[in-house]
Design a protein around this ligand. Structure first.
Ligand code: COA
Length: 372
């Protein structure tokens, strides 16, 4: 049985950015129009007036200052408020596969080996654009990879579940597995919902997991252990699916997009994840106070700080608890991989860190890694 190594990672960042100020300006224009159009009903107490959003609230509640998006024009138009991404013909690479391939190419270049050495491709993401054929198979074809590919969705935990799945294939004899996390979260976010319109951003990440006995000496990270956990909850939910259509604009269909009970999520997920990390570390014989770095799911700065404090047993420094929320917002499954990708260059051989994700399901995954 072969041990698994994270051999390389890649990151595709969409060019367009959307600041909190731009987001709030659009939202508040929508609110003004809604309240004006419904003035009589609001006056009569039949319709609830909408309240404006604020930049200060967003930054304080979430740590988010901006986000990257695949299409900005639709998002800043108060009459549209969703990404306008034309549907592509079936013989063109789909947009999810395209950004997954962009991240994968970067990972393959960093890896320094041909894609033909990859035996499987996993597209692990929250925000799937269609039912089938799997986006992973498109990525596989675009990169000229033999073997097999499939999509998997464990919401914001998809990447750690994907790394664990890849490590299992390595144990079963695969030479290398490519995992991509293309997240066009803007397609599933309700930009008319004041409680959540600011939460997400678009991005794609890629991870190559390789058999230790195949890996270039000194390259990458030994996977010391992986652990997965799920506990059913309705507090983060998206009912988009085969038996319904994407939410048309307006009231009553909001559950076909992302919805959450943010406070409950905060209260329930923080202890679940902190306990899981501590128990997993104890089983691996690791002292969490000695971890060099945490690359946590980028949900919310306050959540991440609380988990970081419980795991390290002290207030983590910004170097210890990587936060990329200010620039990227919550990018669902890709968040912990962006954090890992952008902040691991200073590790000496033998130093240990933790990649951890958590989200809807509830679901959570931990991956302890040691620099080779
Ligand atoms: N602009 C201005 N004010 C807003 C607002 C907005 N966009 N959204 C909510 N508010 C107001 C509310 O009306 C409320 O006002 P009140 O106290 O007068 O009633 C106040 O801000 C607090 O609202 P609340 O929804 O309780 O905010 P919160 O402090 O819990 O923060 C989240 C909201 C979502 C940021 C927070 O609950 C959270 O981080 N949850 C974790 C869940 C998460 O990140 N999930 C992502 C998927 S893993």
């Amino acid at each position: 049985m072969s041990n698994a190594v994270i051999a390389a990672t890649g990151l595709y960042t969409p060019q367009e950015t959307l600041s909190n100020a731009e987001l709030v300006e659009t939202f508040n224009a929508y609110v003004e129009r809604f309240n004006a159009a419904n003035a009589a009903a609001i006056e009569a107490g039949e319709v609830q007036a909408l309240a404006p959003s604020s930049v200060e609230f967003i930054e304080k509640a979430s740590g988010i200052k901006s986000r990257h998006v695949m299409n900005k024009t639709g998002l800043v138009d108060p009459d549209v408020m969703r990404p306008v991404i034309p549907e592509r013909p079936n013989d063109e690479l789909s947009i999810m596969a395209e950004i997954g391939v962009a991240a994968a190419r970067q990972a393959i270049e960093a890896w320094g080996k041909p894609a033909s050495r990859i035996d499987a491709v996993i597209c692990a993401a929250s925000n799937m654009q269609r039912a089938y054929p799997a986006m992973a198979i498109e990525v596989q074809q675009a990169l000229g990879i033999d073997g097999f590919a499939f999509d998997m969705n464990v919401a914001c935990s998809s990447a750690t579940f994907g790394v664990k799945t890849a490590a299992d294939y390595i144990a079963a004899g695969a030479r290398a597995v490519l995992m991509v996390n293309p997240e066009i979260t803007s397609g599933h976010l309700n930009f008319r919902d004041r409680d959540s319109h600011f939460i997400f951003g678009d991005v794609a990440t890629a991870v190559i997991v390789e058999a230790a006995d195949q890996a270039t000496p000194g390259q990458g990270w030994d996977i010391l252990g992986t652990r997965l956990k799920t506990v059913f909850s309705n507090n983060i939910r998206n009912n988009f699916g085969f038996l319904n259509r994407a939410a048309p604009e307006g009231v009553g269909k909001a559950d076909k997009l992302f919805v959450q009970e943010g406070r409950k999520v905060f209260r329930e997920v923080v202890p679940m994840v902190a306990e899981m990390i501590l128990a997993h570390a104890a089983d691996l014989g690791l002292d969490t106070t000695g971890l060099k770095r945490l690359w946590l799911h980028q949900a919310n700065v306050n959540m991440n700080e609380l988990i970081g404090k419980r795991v390290l047993g002290r207030e983590p420094t910004p170097q210890e608890n990587v936060i990329i929320l200010d620039e990227y917002a919550n990018t669902s499954s890709a968040g912990s991989i962006i954090a890992f990708h952008t902040a691991n260059g200073d590790f000496a051989p033998g130093e240990i860190g933790l990649i951890c994700s958590f989200g809807a399901g509830y679901s959570a995954g931990t991956v302890f890694v040691k620099k080779r």
